[in-house]
Design a protein around this ligand. Structure first.
Ligand code: DGT
Ligand code: CA
Ligand code: CA
Ligand code: ZN
Length: 575
């Protein structure tokens, strides 16, 4: 039986491969699959058992797409998709991740130069063959070459964005947890540390029956190619070429195994050294003194025995956390339960927003928030933005809804678009009509570092701006962020009191944890946001918080962890 998530994945793959086939992401068929995908995301009911007619009643789902969903539900696959996969193998699809290489260009590159994968593309670039193709040129060729290097897309160092790995890791762990004899199954490795890209998926399983787990893993639909199985480790490759390592341990060793396989390697080395200093031995099987077990069952037991605070996984990078935990000076990290509101929040007033104001308010209340700032797009974002008149009507709607929902404070806000020269939507006076503004870049990603830096500084100095949204504009593994002089930006944030956003969308995770940690050192404030465009996006707050922890961000520095009264004081400080 296909789950909703599987249907969504199937439609996403159909859309992607069809775009390649048609040579355009705007093709009618591609849009049909995408519309269906969005419709089903927003559809609350059960999909199983729906008739074709009922399926087409879901917003965005057309007849031909409904047929494919039915085919998928009853047979577990879709003939059309199978054919497309034949034609576009994973190594070729990988090429779509390179900025500047759209479906149309890819078609030409394949037909004219026989390029089938990244290596082939690199060879063609080295031979300066791309520049002579229609629609390309020397500049595009160089840009594509640079993007391949910056994204680390070549050969074995290829890494997978967390946004792709995390749902798969969680789903695999949940299924393995149902196997007879299994006590617990959890993702470890860089996924558990919430690294924005991962080399592979590691799953640690505590079980009394390792053979049953190994057999189950071999039979998983995702295991299209086995790398090895038997004993305590089973590894396979997914269709997308991602490696999954499943390791089994005895239930009493879950703590030591999780600790070991969560890493990072340098965190482990520092812990092991601390054990050695005490004449002990630390391994994935436990902490031992002359062969006698001291601790193994939980990670906390081991940290405690080593006379240190427990280190949260996002901090385990070997960058000072072991020293801090030993001295008892780990930071008071922000936690999800402390978040009081969301400050980057779209309704269907934005062209790309998909839930109504009421739906978004009720979703925020369901999470127990005290306040929320609607930040629909400003007028400069042509399709998605709103004119002054429309924004003022929108404000009236929000003020009316405030009466209907007295238990949550509603802020009339805006996501201002930062233009290439640091210019913002509307004019200075109109911008101050908003209760709250987040300013972010949405275009011109290729300007020089100097211009990008000046651009952000320009936005910072506007008194209506309260936060800078998704600072670099990156999409993890797909689009590199803009080049910025981070020290200059952080100084600007510190001086103006504008907050740095940590955007919890898994494909963004922006500002990066490295930048966040530097911002912590300078006294910059943070907001952790979901950039929700639909009620289902609110779960991103958990991602944003975990990612912020990777940047050592503390509660006291997070603006949206403040109670309403203090938050109001913070907002008005600048306006
Ligand atoms: P990745 O997969 O490259 O994103 O990063 P990790 O950290 O998930 O690395 P991975 O999958 O090679 O190994 C998972 C964990 O296992 C790693 O974080 C620490 C532990 N580990 C692996 N190899 C070694 C090793 O040679 N020494 C030590 N101390 N730990 C290791
Ligand atoms: Ca790993
Ligand atoms: Ca691994
Ligand atoms: Zn936004």
């Amino acid at each position: 039986m296909a789950t909703r998530l599987e249907v969504l994945r199937m439609l996403a793959e159909l859309a992607k491969l069809t775009a390649l086939d048609e040579g355009s992401p705007q093709a009618f068929r591609v849009r049909a699959y995408e519309n269906a995908l969005h419709g089903i995301e927003g559809y609350q009911g059960e999909l199983t058992g729906l008739s074709k007619k009922e399926l087409t009643e879901i917003k965005g789902v057309g007849g031909s797409t409904a047929d494919k969903i039915l085919e998928f539900m009853s047979t577990g696959s879709v003939a059309k998709l199978v054919a497309l996969r034949e034609k576009y193998p994973p190594a070729f699809v990988e090429l779509t991740k390179i900025p500047g290489l759209g479906p149309k260009t890819l078609k030409v590159v394949r037909a004219e130069l026989g390029v089938e994968d990244i290596e082939g593309l690199r060879t063609a670039i080295a031979a300066e063959q791309l520049r002579d193709l229609p629609g390309l040129g020397k500049t595009s060729e160089e840009k594509i070459g640079k993007a391949i290097e910056r994204l680390g897309l070549h050969g074995k160092d290829r890494r997978t964005p967390l946004v792709e790995a995390l749902p798969l890791a969680r789903s695999l762990a949940a299924r393995i947890a149902t196997v007879e004899g299994v006590d617990a199954a959890m993702p470890g490795g860089s996924i558990r540390r919430f690294s924005d890209t991962v080399g592979d998926i590691d799953i640690v399983v505590a079980t009394t029956d390792p053979t049953a787990v190994s057999e189950f893993v071999v039979g998983l639909p995702e295991a299209v190619e086995m790398i090895g199985s038997g004993g305590t480790k089973t590894s396979f490759l997914t269709r997308e070429g991602m490696q999954v390592d499943v390791r089994t341990v005895e239930p009493g060793q879950l703590g030591s195994a999780l600790l070991y396989f969560t890493g990072s390697k340098s965190h482990n080395i520092a812990l092991r050294q601390r054990a050695i200093d005490r004449g002990w031995l630390l391994s994935e099987y436990g902490l031992f003194e002359d062969g006698k077990l001291i601790a193994a069952e939980t990670e906390d037991d081991i940290y405690k025995a080593l006379e240190m605070e427990s280190v949260p996984p996002p901090l385990r990078e070997g960058t000072g956390e072991v020293e801090a935990a030993s001295a008892g000076t780990l930071p008071q990290l922000i936690e999800l339960s402390q978040i009081k509101g969301d400050l980057h929040y779209h309704s269907d007033r934005s062209g790309d927003g998909r839930s109504t104001l009421e739906e978004m308010i009720e979703a925020a209340m369901a999470r127990g928030y005290e306040y929320v700032a609607f930040t629909d797009h400003g007028e400069d974002l042509s399709i998605n933005g709103s004119s002054r008149e429309v924004m003022l009507e929108h404000r009236d709607r929000i003020r009316d809804l405030q009466k209907k929902y007295p238990d949550i404070r509603l802020f009339f806000g805006c996501e201002l678009n930062i233009g290439p020269d640091g210019d913002l939507d509307y004019d200075a006076d109109f911008r101050l009509e908003f209760d709250y503004c987040v300013a972010s870049i949405h275009s011109h990603f290729d300007l020089s570092q100097d211009r990008q830096t000046a651009r952000i500084l320009g936005a910072l100095h506007d008194p209506a701006v309260n936060a800078i949204g998704h600072l670099s504009g990156r999409y993890v593994g797909r689009r590199p962020g803009v080049e910025l002089d981070i020290d200059v930006i952080l100084e600007g944030l510190e001086v103006t009191g504008v907050a740095l956003e940590i955007n919890g969308a898994l494909d963004r995770l922006d500002a990066t944890s490295e930048v966040a940690r530097r911002a912590m050192a300078r006294g910059v404030d943070f907001v952790i946001d979901t950039d929700s465009h639909h009620t289902s996006d609110l779960i991103r707050m958990g991602y944003g918080v975990t990612y912020a922890q990777r940047g050592w961000v503390t509660t006291e520095r997070v603006v949206n962890a403040k109670p309403l009264k203090d938050f109001l004081e913070w907002v008005t400080r600048r306006r």
